[in-house]
Design a protein around this ligand. Structure first.
Ligand code: ATP
Length: 332
C-alpha cells in the first residue's frame, strides 16, 4: 500500500437479509409451519466510496438507511452479499488478526467492556488480546485516560458509571491498540451536551495526533459539523451524496438568510430578496435570497444602502439533509 492509497475502498457493496415473512393470525401461523415465505431486505444496495488516510468522514442517513450494516461489513462482522471492500489492504470478512489489530468498531448502544469489573481491568484484558507490549500499553492508556479525563473512574465497576463516563471508558478501551481506522457508530448517543462535546474534542485531538481515519455515524449534526469536512449520505442502502459538508449546503439548500441592520428603517429592501421579517426595533431586517446570489446581494446591500451590520447564514444542516432525503423520495 502506498501512503496516499485510500485506506478504505468500497465498490458496489451489498448486503441482503432474507427474513421470514409471517402474516398475523392463527391460520397464517399454521400455514407458515408448512410453507415458509421469505422477503429480501436490501439493507445495503450497491455502495461505493474511498476514504483517504487521516480523513474523518460523516456517514449519515435516517433510521434503517444501512449505516450500521455497512460498518459491520467493513469491520468484518458481516459477510457482504456481493461487491468488494478493502480496508488497509485487507478483506474485512476474512477477519485476519493483522487486520483486526489495526481497526476498531465502537457502537454507542453496545457495551464492549465487562459490566461487573472496573474498566481498567478490561483494559488489561485488551492488552493481552491484542498483545500490546507493556510499556506501549501503559503509555497509550495513560494518554487516553488523560485526554478523556477519566481519572479514577477506570477503577470503578463499569455498572456504576454514568452513561457519559461509560462511553468515555468504552472509547478508551477501543483505542488501546492504537487502531489506524475507527468505525464509530453513534459514539455520542444519549449523552448530555457536555459529554458530547468532550468526546468530539477527544476524537478531533486523537485524529490530529495519530492521523487515524474515521468513519462516523451520528444523528447529532453538531458531531458532524465539528469533526467532518466530508459526508456520505445514504438512504435505502444507496449513496445519495458524497462530498464536502459545505458543498452539501450549497447544492441542496436553495436559499440563505441575510440579517441586515439598517440605519434608516424606512428603506425598502424588497428589491434585494424576499423579506422574511420586517425591521424590528433595532432596525434589523431578515431577507431570504437564492444561495447562488447571496454574495452578490450582500455586496450590493453594503455599497447601496449603507447598512451598519450584515450576517449571512446557511440553514441548519439538519434541514439540508432532510432536503436530500426528500429529493430522493420524490416520484421520478
Ligand atoms: N440482521 C438483520 N436481519 C434482517 N434485517 C436487518 C438485519 N440487520 C439490519 N436489517 C435491516 O436492514 C436495514 C438497514 O439497517 P441498519 O441497521 O444498517 O440501518 P442504520 O442506517 O444503521 O439505522 P439506524 O440509524 O436506525 O441505526 C433496516 O431495514 C434493518 O431493519
Amino acid at each position: 500500500m502506498d501512503d496516499d492509497d485510500p485506506v478504505i475502498r468500497v465498490r458496489e457493496l451489498r448486503k441482503t437479509f432474507r427474513v421470514p415473512e409471517r402474516e398475523a393470525g392463527l391460520k397464517a401461523s399454521l400455514k407458515s409451519l408448512v410453507r415458509r415465505t421469505h422477503r429480501d431486505v436490501h439493507a445495503v444496495a450497491g455502495v461505493s466510496f474511498d476514504i483517504a488516510p487521516g480523513e474523518v468522514v460523516g456517514f449519515l442517513g435516517p433510521n434503517g438507511a444501512g449505516k450500521t450494516t455497512t460498518l459491520k461489513m467493513l469491520s468484518g462482522l458481516l459477510y457482504p452479499t456481493s461487491g468488494e471492500a478493502v480496508v488497509l489492504g485487507h478483506t474485512p470478512q476474512r477477519r485476519e488478526k493483522d487486520y483486526l489489530r489495526q481497526i476498531t468498531l465502537v457502537m454507542g448502544n453496545r457495551n464492549q467492556l465487562q459490566w461487573d469489573i472496573p474498566a481498567g481491568d478490561s483494559f488489561e484484558m485488551n492488552r493481552a488480546i491484542y498483545r500490546i507490549p507493556d510499556a506501549e500499553f501503559r503509555r497509550t492508556r495513560d494518554e487516553l485516560v488523560e485526554l478523556l479525563e477519566l481519572g479514577d473512574l477506570v477503577k470503578k465497576p463499569v455498572r456504576n458509571l454514568s452513561l457519559g463516563e461509560r462511553m468515555k471508558a468504552e472509547i478508551c478501551g477501543a483505542l488501546l491498540h492504537r487502531p489506524r481506522v475507527l468505525f464509530l457508530d453513534e459514539p455520542t448517543i444519549g449523552l448530555d451536551v457536555t459529554a458530547q462535546k468532550r468526546i468530539r474534542a477527544f476524537l478531533a485531538e486523537y485524529n490530529r495526533r495519530h492521523g487515524a481515519s474515521v468513519l462516523l455515524t451520528s444523528h447529532y449534526m453538531a458531531d458532524v459539523q465539528a469533526l467532518c469536512r466530508r459526508v456520505i449520505v445514504i438512504d435505502g442502502g444507496v449513496v445519495l451524496y458524497d462530498g464536502g459538508l459545505r458543498e452539501l449546503t450549497t447544492r441542496f439548500s436553495p436559499h440563505r438568510t441575510l440579517t441586515v441592520t439598517l440605519p434608516d428603517p424606512t428603506l425598502d429592501l424588497s428589491g434585494y430578496g424576499e423579506i422574511v421579517q420586517p425591521p424590528d426595533d433595532e432596525g434589523r431586517v431578515v431577507l431570504r435570497v437564492p444561495t447562488e446570489r447571496s454574495s452578490e446581494v450582500a455586496a450590493a446591500l453594503l455599497t447601496g444602502t449603507g447598512v451598519s451590520g450584515l450576517t449571512i447564514e446557511d440553514p441548519p444542516v439538519e434541514d439540508v439533509i432532510e432536503q436530500v432525503f426528500a429529493g430522493s423520495r420524490e416520484p421520478a
